[in-house]
Design a protein around this ligand. Structure first.
Ligand code: SF4
Ligand code: SF4
Length: 273
């Protein structure tokens, strides 16, 4: 069975926010709202490093990296469990979606989601331009919305917009239940983490840390040949074998970020997230 998931290579991510911007454009996300945010790991504020500058002949200790974050499309999604009207549900392909006609705006799902992935339309959403580029339903005032893995694109055989438009090729999307998919191969080959694994949500976004991947395979001959080489990755490296079926379909993910370890979350004026 298909079970879609995402790999984000934090070693490749340059914090350009292109994924966040293209997400807003594709999905017509309202002003002040974000389905996809690029968090900063490092200093106390967005885009600031932690550590010290080089001084008096000493090396500095500056450190900063980025953690793009959106709905993790959890296999064991608490938002699905708490929705009293089944407006939030898991599709057969593993994507967690919202039926906006059913949503009564109770926001139980927002309280249940440990990833702060959902936003609420307190007002009629204001969007610029008026329509996004994607063929997505309009969301009215009084409902909750969030990332859909661009299901309207996935149904057409396309990758989510954030994946296609990442200039650093830091994002890889695919079927976690298919051992031959690129995401499965990446999870087998690289050391990965998942956010807040201790919450038991079984999130389906995997973050590569420690070693840079070759990036999202392109269709050029060069990248195609590199993709062919991916077959050698079937030898497990650090993460052990990918689960054969069920569950998240992903291999073991090393370490889990505790709540305390969540990186800096930028505050967006007027937004819900
Ligand atoms: S578009 Fe790619 S490089 Fe830019 S912030 Fe998003 S994941 Fe990072
Ligand atoms: S990240 Fe939040 S909104 Fe997305 S499936 Fe998990 S609990 Fe639900």
């Amino acid at each position: 069975m298909t079970n879609y998931g995402l790999v984000i290579d934090q070693e490749r991510c340059i914090g350009c926010h292109a994924c966040a911007v293209t997400c807003k454009q594709e999905n017509n996300v309202g002003l002040g709202q974000y389905w996809n945010r690029v968090l900063t790991e490092g200093g106390d504020k967005m885009d600031t490093p932690a550590g010290t500058y080089p001084e008096n002949g000493e090396d500095g200790t500056l450190e900063m990296s980025y953690q793009p974050t959106a709905c993790q499309h959890c296999d064991n999604a608490p938002c699905v469990k708490v929705c009293p009207v089944n407006a939030t549900y898991t599709r057969e392909d593993g994507i967690v979606e919202i039926d906006y006609d059913k949503c009564i705006g109770c926001r139980y799902c927002m309280a249940a989601c440990p990833y702060n992935a959902r936003v609420f339309n307190w007002d009629e959403p204001q969007t610029v331009p008026e329509d996004g580029t994607g063929d997505v339903p309009a969301r009215p005032q009084g409902v909750v919305e969030k990332c859909t893995f661009c299901s309207h694109r996935v149904e057409e055989g396309l990758d989510p917009a954030c994946v296609v438009n990442c200039p650093a090729d830091a994002r890889i999307f695919g079927d976690l239940d298919n051992e031959e998919s690129t995401v499965s191969k990446y999870i087998r080959k690289y050391q990965t983490t998942r956010l807040l694994e201790d919450r038991g949500t079984d999130p389906k976004t995997y973050y590569i840390r420690g070693e840079m991947s070759p990036g999202r395979p392109q269709t050029s001959d060069k990248m195609e040949s590199e993709l062919d080489d991916v077959s050698v990755w079937s030898e497990p490296k650090d993460n052990g074998p990918v689960e054969e079926s069920g569950g998240s379909g992903g291999g073991g993910s090393h370490g889990s970020l505790s709540n305390d370890a969540l990186p800096h979350v930028p505050a967006f004026e007027g937004g819900d997230d």
